[in-house]
Design a protein around this ligand. Structure first.
Ligand SMILES: NC(=O)c1ccc[n+]([C@@H]2O[C@H](COP(=O)([O-])OP(=O)(O)OC[C@H]3O[C@@H](n4cnc5c(N)ncnc54)[C@H](OP(=O)(O)O)[C@@H]3O)[C@@H](O)[C@H]2O)c1
Length: 426
């Protein structure tokens, strides 16, 4: 175990010059406790100086913001950056291209680490390669601490905790609704590269399979459909959420936790069937061109053309960001008595997580609060893990509630009671 208390910084924000990194540095300057010592880092001094001035101007932050210059591919710079801090916030992506040297250096130096990756292959590879070493060196590495995949993963934690004391959650269906949806080109690049390597992810998973002892009927996962409860069309969400939530359930099993693992599915909803058309053609472009290297280069070079303006090199404007938001609706089924899980579920919980613009506002709030939880010593476990595994028993949800990311419950009752109410109202 490395003792990191006497290090120069409590936190370093690496990749602070990126579109998202700048939001994260600003959120940190606005909300961090006054006594936290922190720095911004990246590969370009001039860009970092510009971020430093901009953060100070927009937040009226009065103290100095130190700068560390480090390139991902310079091992000694990585090691010395990671050795200077108790925790590193990584915003350099695509993570499949730039993430591993950062994780490796943090693990080697016993430094805690959080990131905003939404790339399952990267996350699953890091768990396989670095979990044991991270436990030995005393570092806690938590992936996916942004919109990918805090709402889903912590939403599952929150929803399953609503079941009666002696009860248990069996499955959760989740529906994501987005108001306004544009993003910066790098996120789209991650999607293109991720879809192109779907086969190797399958191979990777076949080497690390763990039997998860779910209870209740097997949850059916659909590709597309119409959900009456949401009154909306939906398609299966191809982001990292399902993978991250599954990794959290796997962690519960491997850690021999008494918490019951939960089956999970996640969909994106649409108000009208017309919204399907651009999605359909966008997906078609990705799947056909994305298969070939020349096609991927083309897709990545012209994001705005191939996504009908959803992703661009300029990223969303301030106005677009202010007019956006997200909500995740969780429909959970389970049992009021964990010792009686034969037959159909008899208990239902409906919960929601909602917040501001997901990719940059909510993401920056989520990751800095994950960092505060770790710096305050709330997580005792070490290793490479997902948010639901690391933050299950911490104050993260309360902290997020205070920052405008709301977790609420609308239904918590026996399924019998629910159908009686419905019969009465008909
Ligand atoms: N979880 C979420 O919901 C969420 C939300 C937003 C973004 N993200 C992810 O966050 C990542 C960044 O997205 P973004 O839009 O902010 O991208 P971006 O603007 O392109 O930023 C990328 C950052 O990586 C840095 N970088 C690139 N190569 C480097 C190297 N060799 N050494 C050191 N730094 C290097 C860049 O530095 P320069 O400025 O010097 O080029 C920049 O700071 C992506 O993977 C994206 O998918 C996730």
């Amino acid at each position: 175990m490395t003792d990191t208390k006497s290090r120069k910084y409590d936190a370093v924000i690496f990749g602070a010059t990126g579109f998202t990194g700048q939001y994260i540095a600003t959120e940190w300057a606005r909300t961090a406790k006054k006594d936290l010592r922190w720095a911004i880092a990246g590969r370009s001094l001039s860009k970092l100086e510009a971020v430093q001035s901009q953060v100070r101007a927009t937040t009226a932050y009065e103290k100095d913001i130190p700068i560390i210059v480090a390139d991902v591919f310079n091992e000694s710079a990585m090691r010395s950056m990671c050795a200077s801090t108790r925790l590193l916030i990584n915003c350099t992506g695509p993570f499949r291209l730039f993430g591993e040297p950062v994780v490796q250096a943090c693990v080697a130096e016993g430094t805690h680490y959080v990131d905003i990756t939404g790339e399952p292959q990267f996350i699953e590879t890091m768990i396989l390669r670095y979990n044991e070493d991270a436990i030995t060196s005393g570092s806690l590495i938590v992936h996916s601490c942004g919109f990918d995949s805090i709402p889903s993963d912590m939403g599952v934690v929150y929803t399953s905790k609503q079941f009666p004391n002696n009860g248990v959650c069996s499955s959760i269906e989740t529906f994501i609704s987005l108001q306004g949806n544009s993003g910066h080109a790098t996120t789209y690049e991650c999607i293109v590269l991720g879809l192109a390597s779907a086969k190797s992810l399958k191979t990777l998973r076949s080497t690390s399979r763990v039997e998860i002892p779910y209870v209740g009927p097997k949850l059916k996962v659909h590709s597309v459909g119409f959900d009456k409860r949401m009154n909306k069309y939906y398609i299966k969400f191809l982001g990292s959420d399902a993978s991250v939530v599954r990794l959290t359930q796997k962690h519960l099993v491997l850690a021999k936790s008494p918490v019951q693992p939960v089956q999970f599915s996640v969909y994106v909803t649409f108000e009208s069937i017309l919204r399907f058309i651009p999605i359909f053609f966008g997906a078609l472009f990705l799947l056909t061109f994305g298969y070939f290297e020349w096609g991927r280069n083309l897709l990545i070079k012209y994001p705005a053309i191939f996504t009908f303006g959803w992703f661009s090199h300029e990223g969303p404007s301030q106005e677009e960001i202010e007019n956006s938001g997200f909500s995740h609706q969780f429909f959970a089924k389970g049992y009021k008595d964990k010792n009686n899980t034969e037959g159909n579920p008899d208990w239902e919980v409906v919960a929601k997580v909602q917040g501001p613009e997901p990719g940059y506002l909510a993401t920056s709030s989520m990751i800095v609060n994950c960092a505060y939880v770790i710096l305050d010593g709330e997580v005792k476990e070490r290793g490479v893990m997902t948010p639901g595994a690391a933050f299950r028993s911490t104050s993260l949800i309360d902290r997020l509630q205070n920052r405008g990311i709301h977790f609420t419950v609308s239904t918590n009752q026996s399924i019998e009671e629910q159908s009686t109410k419905q019969d009465d109202s008909n």
